[in-house]
Design a protein around this ligand. Structure first.
Ligand SMILES: Cc1cc2nc3c(=O)[nH]c(=O)nc-3n(C[C@H](O)[C@H](O)[C@H](O)COP(=O)(O)O)c2cc1C
Length: 325
């Protein structure tokens, strides 16, 4: 759906859900829980998408999945929950549960390249199975009554454009409210250049809003991709890790980089939320992957990074952070 000349700060509608701007937090497995999404929201994200959640785990009411991955904070709306799976009946049931949990939209994962996911027929395997992809999208909408979007790759292997065919089918027969294209093939994982020209062609051809993901590390990268593709919105993924300020920069609300004190205060906020989410013990272990992102921003050396990652308690983490304020 070709965009009339619009800015990243303009509001828009995705399947009837009002989105206040065109800057979106991408789904990030193992990371995009409610507090990471809330953080993106505090810095201006117009829409936040959850990490991918197994439709089977939700359907079978896996206790931890439902309690932790379907947890939605009242201040993070509009929020989309991303599901993955290959069985339309299971997808419909999971989607119903996701709607009951309070999601505004459902996104379906058709791009995950991880063999464990693909070998079940889910994720990027669906790029080779357009009939099933359409059935899953319809089932998610029927089960939830919510608008459904799909995030997909351009293909599975170099030179393949299976994703383009699936995108067309999803827009024509799958009744999707929108699509997000990550224009790298699945075998590239997250490396290599993103093909924005391909996204532009889909934006012009398809009757639904098309968003772009891939290679948006800086505000300038995201602005350039938004212009080059004409996409309805941009998804920030790795560029946003430990860098919620990117949302503000992209929305023109901030031009400078954060001061050290601001970064340390932000890590404190993350620590508090993680304890609220997981309890002190699990939070201590869970947060270890977060520290390298912030240490890089703080400009501190590998010694601090190592110390944070091996700190036995969050009190130690806080004390270490104070040393570099
Ligand atoms: C750690 C990590 C986890 C990811 N998890 C998901 C996921 O759960 N669902 C999904 O559709 N994409 C996932 N992706 C892909 C991102 O949403 C995004 O499309 C990709 O990283 C390309 O954007 P970037 O180059 O700006 O990072 C993940 C990427 C990374 C790096």
């Amino acid at each position: 759906m070709k965009r009339v000349d619009q800015a990243l700060t303009d509001d828009w509608s995705l399947g009837g859900v009002r989105i206040p701007n065109r800057v979106v937090l991408a789904p990030l497995a193992g990371i995009g829980n409610w507090f990471v999404r809330l953080q993106a929201k505090r810095y201006g994200a117009g829409l936040v998408v959850s990490e991918m959640v197994s439709s089977f785990a939700v359907h079978y009411r896996n206790e931890r999945t439902c309690r932790e991955l379907l947890r939605i904070h009242p201040d993070e709306h509009p929020v989309s929950v991303q599901l993955f799976g290959h069985d339309p009946d299971v997808m419909a049931s999971a989607a119903e549960r996701v709607a009951a949990a309070g999601a505004d939209l459902i996104d379906l994962n058709m791009g995950c390249p991880v063999p464990k996911v693909c070998k079940t027929g889910a994720g990027a395997a669906l790029l080779a199975d357009p009939k099933r992809a359409v059935a899953l999208a319809r089932a998610a909408a029927a089960g939830s009554g919510l608008p459904v979007t799909v995030k997909l790759r351009s293909g599975q292997r170099p030179g393949e454009l299976t994703g383009v065919n699936v995108a067309r089918r999803l827009a024509d027969e799958g009744h999707v409210a929108g699509l997000c294209i990550h224009p790298r093939v699945a075998s590239q994982r997250h490396a290599g250049t993103a093909d924005y020209q391909l996204v532009r062609e889909l934006v012009e051809e398809l009757p639904v809003p098309v968003l772009v993901s891939g290679g948006l590390r800086t505000a300038q990268d995201a602005r350039d991709a938004f212009e080059a593709t004409g996409a309805a919105g941009v998804l920030l993924a790795r560029g946003s890790l430990g860098n919620p300020w990117l949302f503000e920069q992209l929305l023109g609300r901030r031009s400078c980089e954060p001061e050290r004190q601001e970064i340390v205060a932000e890590v404190d906020w993350v620590l508090d939320r993680a304890v609220e989410h997981l309890g002190e013990d699990r939070a201590t272990r869970y947060l270890r992957k977060f520290y390298p992102w912030y240490v890089e921003r703080l400009g501190c050396g590998p010694a601090l990074r190592a110390a944070l990652q091996t700190a036995p308690s969050l009190a130690d983490v806080r004390a270490l952070l104070r040393t570099c304020e």
